[in-house]
Design a protein around this ligand. Structure first.
Ligand SMILES: C[S@@+](CC[C@H](N)C(=O)[O-])C[C@H]1O[C@@H](n2cnc3c(N)ncnc32)[C@H](O)[C@@H]1O
Length: 189
């Protein structure tokens, strides 16, 4: 298994305005992640499975041709929708086949390694999903990233990741590991 280490300059996401710190989007996920993925996502339709408040969607939209999120937590998807993002509301595993977003790239970072693995399996087996790239993400080398790549083949990217706490302090979160899995076949129905 090949692990590719990507180094990026950190991007500041707060600024001082009239002596006060002003927070810009994204307030959680680092903009360095989509930056590190731009070769893969540029000009492609992208679905962020479990998009939460849409922090990464905002950044993905700089490069992708279209971005849709899927989210089942009302507290989280309401923030994303209020930001003007397109979100399919509901449980990813229960979206009706006819309504399933068909995209060229799927990004997911599930709530647990097991769920992330199941999400990758679901996309690989989904009859509506054709040729595409599945990006399975986790912080600090989360085991499902490796497991997904070992199971389905692909490569692992390690991208610097930082986030900001509610107190506006930078948290050095380490590397965001991303498994890049190519789905080669699929039947569109
Ligand atoms: C770790 S967060 C990822 C956040 C987002 N992708 C980002 O990086 O900014 C995982 C999200 O997946 C959502 N989620 C988990 N299981 C889901 C499911 N079965 N269907 C839809 N959303 C799900 C959770 O509610 C949570 O918001």
């Amino acid at each position: 298994m090949e692990i590719i280490d990507i180094e990026l300059d950190p991007i500041a996401i707060t600024e001082q305005v009239k002596g006060e710190m002003v927070r810009h989007f994204p307030w959680r996920s680092a903009s360095t992640v989509p930056e590190g993925l731009k070769v893969i996502i540029s000009g492609k339709s992208l679905c962020d499975v479990g998009c939460a408040e849409g922090d990464l969607m905002v950044q993905f939209a700089k490069y992708a041709s279209s971005v849709v999120g899927i989210e089942m937590d009302p507290d989280r998807f309401s923030v994303a929708i209020n930001r003007g993002l397109t979100v399919k509301v509901g449980n990813f595993f229960r979206i009706r086949k006819a309504e399933f977003p068909v995209c060229e790239v799927y990004h997911l970072w599930g709530p647990s390694p097991e769920t992330s693995q199941l999400m990758v399996d679901h996309l690989m087996a989904h009859p509506k999903v054709g040729e595409c790239t599945i990006l399975t993400a986790g912080r600090n080398g989360a085991p499902h990233v490796k497991r997904s790549v070992e199971k389905w083949g692909g490569k692992v990217l390690a991208i610097p990741y930082e986030e900001w706490s509610e107190q506006l302090e930078r948290i050095e979160a380490g590397k965001w590991w991303i498994g890049v899995i190519e789905k080669k076949t699929g039947v569109h129905v």
